[in-house]
Design a protein around this ligand. Structure first.
Ligand SMILES: Nc1ncnc2c1ncn2[C@@H]1O[C@H](COP(=O)(O)OP(=O)(O)OP(=O)(O)O)[C@@H](O)[C@H]1O
Length: 325
């Protein structure tokens, strides 16, 4: 993927084709505040509460990761922010407007990769990008949008002939063709091969360097760690924690201690490191073989956050537990 020559789109009359366009005639205001500000957000589907009292602030120019297990409420939240889903309660401000009322000028400033992806089987790749580009006031040239996602050579291909990964990359091209200020990416790299995933990460990093704000949902913690300035962990519709990936879990996350014993590496996550080391030294001698002491991985800190009492197995032992593996 190559570098976008991004400049910001002004307010215009574009409506993202293939998306549920807003119908109100909103005017962009409040451009000095955060890109996204959510307070007390609630969404009910009948008796089920999918999102409950969520407060969030996403700064302009940051990549913000929304993490959480299946059914946590990530897509519901992101679709409310995109203006595609009505909320049951709370206040939402996205680029200075309420997405439930915002109009075409507001939509011109955002880009979206939805979880479900594009569904235009009979279209040719280039035609679809051109069609979507027409909805924006200052789009990228079609070739440039396709080059960004390494699909320039598939310009004339019919969508139905693309692989799953190529379709996902096309979704990305459609999301950035309008030079968005704010990009919503709902599991953008699902289905991509490792090389395409890395290329997608590079693209997101370049967009951030160019000032684009990105809200990303992902189940890949390496992706969140690499890309996100901050992450929020959502569980059962409620925010458990918001932090930089390196700080997630706080001091309570404990320390991971690993060593070599009985022909294999064993490890434990503990809050009282001194006690574990004393026990190891007594058993294995002062120079504990292969001793390493480190902060637990993002994955084990995340797993502990979403299920504090859980039995996490490898790389996810509970802090304070003296057992090992
Ligand atoms: N249209 C709907 N009608 C009823 N319930 C829904 C609807 N959409 C989502 N839900 C429910 O709301 C909850 C949150 O769903 P949501 O899709 O927002 O979660 P998610 O975190 O995005 O999950 P995943 O990681 O699997 O995509 C789930 O219990 C889901 O079953």
């Amino acid at each position: 993927m190559t570098t976008p020559t991004t400049t910001r789109a002004g307010n215009a009359t574009g409506t993202a084709a293939g998306t549920a366009a807003g119908t109100a005639t909103g005017t962009a205001t409040g451009d000095q505040g955060p890109a996204v500000r959510v307070a007390g957000l609630r969404k009910e589907y009948g008796p089920r509460v999918a999102v409950d009292r969520v407060d969030l602030e996403i700064h302009r120019g940051e990549v913000f990761g929304l993490l959480g297990p299946n059914g946590a409420g990530k897509t519901t939240t992101i679709e409310i922010l995109e203006g595609f889903r009505r909320r049951s309660g709370g206040t939402v401000d996205v680029l200075g407007q309420d997405p439930g009322r915002a109009g075409r000028a507001w939509r011109d400033r955002i880009g979206i990769v939805q979880q479900s992806g594009t569904d235009h089987d009979g279209w040719r790749v280039g035609e679809l990008v051109e069609q979507i580009a027409r909805c924006y006031s200052d789009p990228l040239p079609t070739t440039e949008a396709l080059e960004l996602v390494d699909l320039a050579d598939r310009h004339k291909a019919v969508l139905g002939d693309l692989s799953g990964g190529q379709r996902r990359r096309l979704d990305l091209a459609l999301a950035v063709v309008g030079r968005p200020e704010l990009l919503f990416l709902d599991e953008p790299t699902t289905g991509l091969d490792p090389q395409a995933r890395r290329a997608c990460w590079d693209l997101i990093e370049r967009l951030r360097a160019d000032g684009t704000t990105v809200l990303l949902t992902t189940h890949y913690l390496d992706e969140a760690e690499r890309l996100a300035d901050r992450v929020a962990v959502l569980v059962g519709g409620r925010i458990r924690e918001v932090a930089a990936p390196a700080a997630l879990g706080g001091p309570d996350a404990g320390t991971e201690i690993s060593w070599w014993e009985d022909g294999r590496t064993k490890s434990v996550t503990a809050t009282d490191v001194g006690a574990v080391l004393a026990e190891l030294r007594e058993r294995l001698g002062a120079d504990v073989p292969g001793l390493e002491i480190r902060r637990p991985s993002l994955e084990s800190r995340y797993l502990r956050l979403i299920d504090p009492a859980g039995d996490r197995g490898p790389d996810g032992d509970t802090p304070g537990r003296s057992g090992n593996r």
